[in-house]
Design a protein. Structure first.
Length: 121
């Protein structure tokens, strides 16, 4: 089983999809030895005032990755992402889950690198 940080889902998380993924990571024997940071806030995001990575996963011998969870239905039409939530409410935007995860991971890498440089000088 994975080590979850935090160890429980915050009551602020309303997404059932996120809760299910959290439980899978936590309970699966396939994630033994993994460290998973849930709802990781990024204060110095590269394109937003504040960003978040739904799941930042450190999987020994496999690598690290960011996972952006979307519940409901998701589609991409003519370059735009379309989302339908559990209540049938629809929204669309240009920035999709892949961009969200990529921007989150690169923002985090930049912050870690900056912190490492200031602590070694």
């Amino acid at each position: 089983m994975a080590r979850m940080i935090p160890s429980v889902v915050s009551p602020e998380i309303k997404s059932n999809a996120e809760k299910k993924i959290f439980e899978w990571f936590r309970d699966s024997p396939d994630t033994d030895g993994w460290i998973i940071l849930h709802s990781l806030g990024i204060a110095n995001h590269r394109s937003l005032m504040y960003g978040e990575i739904d799941f930042f996963v450190i999987a020994p011998k496999l690598g690290i990755f960011a996972l952006e969870v979307k519940g409901g239905r998701v589609s991409r039409i003519d370059g735009n992402w379309h989302f339908t939530n559990r209540y049938g409410e629809k929204s669309s935007r240009c920035r999709g889950p892949f961009e969200q995860a990529s921007e989150g991971i690169f923002s985090l890498m930049k912050a870690v690198k900056k912190n490492a440089e200031t602590t070694t000088n």
